[in-house]
Design a protein around this ligand. Structure first.
Ligand code: ZN
Length: 172
């Protein structure tokens, strides 16, 4: 999915979980980070499709990614321990959405999320369990929730991106 949809879905989950500002921010950032390799698009579409998610979609790399995000956002052992669980949840939410409903467009077989332990392709849509149309429908639904939710919030004067601002320092 695109980063805006990932962001809005994570915001929805965070609001349902009643997370405080610090954890909400950490969860949102972590849920976006697996897509930072999209910057590879500057080297061309074929480079992007060959590299996207090869490293950052790997289930063995995701916990490391969560630790890095948690530390960069907290820079303090107490806060680090508070935000680490939601950072783990954030990167896993992102990858679960991508592998669960994603189509092999940006992946081109890169979705070998268990490397180096297995060469299995983790993309559910490639397993032949359900018709391709089901995955397209699921993607359209998530896009509608993400982009639609964004449009509704903004039209009501609510800024969804405000949740990314750092909470006030509490002296920890
Ligand atoms: Zn992604």
């Amino acid at each position: 999915m695109d980063p805006l949809t990932h962001y809005m879905l994570a915001l929805l989950v965070a609001s349902r979980q009643g997370l405080d500002r610090e954890r909400t921010r950490a969860f949102l950032v972590a849920s976006l980070v697996p897509d930072i390799d999209l910057v590879m698009v500057v080297f061309g579409w074929s480079v992007l499709t060959r590299t996207h998610a090869t490293v950052l979609g790997n289930l063995t790399v995701l916990p490391v990614l969560a630790v890095v995000v948690a530390w960069l956002l907290s820079r303090n052992p107490g806060r680090f321990r508070r935000v680490l669980p939601v950072c783990l949840a954030g990167v896993l939410l992102h990858t679960a959405i991508d592998l669960g409903v994603g189509l092999p467009i940006l992946w081109e077989g890169n979705a070998r999320c268990l490397r180096p332990f297995s060469e299995a392709v983790c993309l559910v849509s490639t397993w032949g369990l359900l018709p391709r149309e089901m995955f397209i429908a699921a993607q359209i639904l998530l896009l509608a929730v993400g982009w639609g939710g964004f449009a509704v919030m903004v039209s009501r004067g609510v800024r969804p991106w405000a949740a990314l601002r750092a909470p006030p320092e509490d002296g920890n």
